[in-house]
Design a protein around this ligand. Sequence first.
Ligand code: FPP
Ligand code: MG
Length: 328
Amino acid sequence: MKIKLDDALGISLRSVDREIENMVKYDKDVPRSSELVKSILDLVRSGGKRVRPLMVIVGSRFGPSPDERKTWRLAAAAEFIHAASLIHDDIIDDSPVRRGQKALHIKLGVNGALHVGNYMSARVIELISAYSADRERYVYDLSSLATTQLCLGEYQQLSHLFDYEVTLEGYLEKSKNKTAQLMATCLKIGAQSAGADESVADLLYSFGEKLGIAFQIRDDILDFTQSAEKLGKPAGSDLRKGQVTLPVLYALRNERLAPSIRAITADTPPAITDEVIAAIQQSGALKESENLSARYLDEAQDIISRLSRYPAHRDLQALLNYFGGRDN
Ligand code: FPP
Ligand code: MG
């Protein structure tokens, strides 16, 4: 039977949503009737699984002195950063749809959407700085919420479009920056907000990083395996846009396939790209990608066993099962 992640963790999603909405509803500098507030509330209400806030709260369960208010505000901040990055990502990717609705830059224009994204990330930086100054009880990791890494990851991706010389290390580095480090940081700052030992916070960071890479690999596999209907875009869209993801990297090792992959550029007619995508789907590249993802999940499992003295290790298991697709 499918178990919802929030149920498995015993966290009320409605409370998480309320906390996220409060980030903007009670902002003394912005009128509630403003387009800014309305846009953010619409965005928050359009869906999302709230994985990152849940990770902050799970992290806090590893500390001896929970500070609920701080943890929940950090959880909301994590979703804010994620949502802001998606606004910018949709502009960069020229993507008109997000969570089944018009993307914000379609609704407000690029300038309007950029303002909303900038405001959201600025508010988070402000919140984090205020908390970081509170060094009496906690020492915070100031790289909190990994905003720089998000930007670097996005830039790494953008600067290597249709670049078939990308290495496995380059792919993993980009995936860490773009996806894994924010998840890792969520677990870590959650732990720090509850005064957890630094060694435990670091183990949680490492767990989140492994989960995040496995998540990105799975996302890259799904781009080849899911139907166009389910993806909301044609299968193989990443490659069409020039993204050399893990399945492509493995397929490039196949001497028979490599020349046709290398020939794909932004100007290749879709029918030719379709054939290459079908060849990648039928090659062993997807299975090899799954194997690498499974290795990361195994490493994450090892970290859970190192944290087994904490009852909250069960929550890590719920996260792992969710990311590994067993309950998802
Ligand atoms: C989704 O990528 C995008 C990200 C995981 C991060 C994007 C980061 C930025 C644009 C940097 C700016 C950040 C801030 C905080 C202002 P995707 O295109 O692979 O996934 P998708 O299919 O969901 O669009
Ligand atoms: Mg995108």
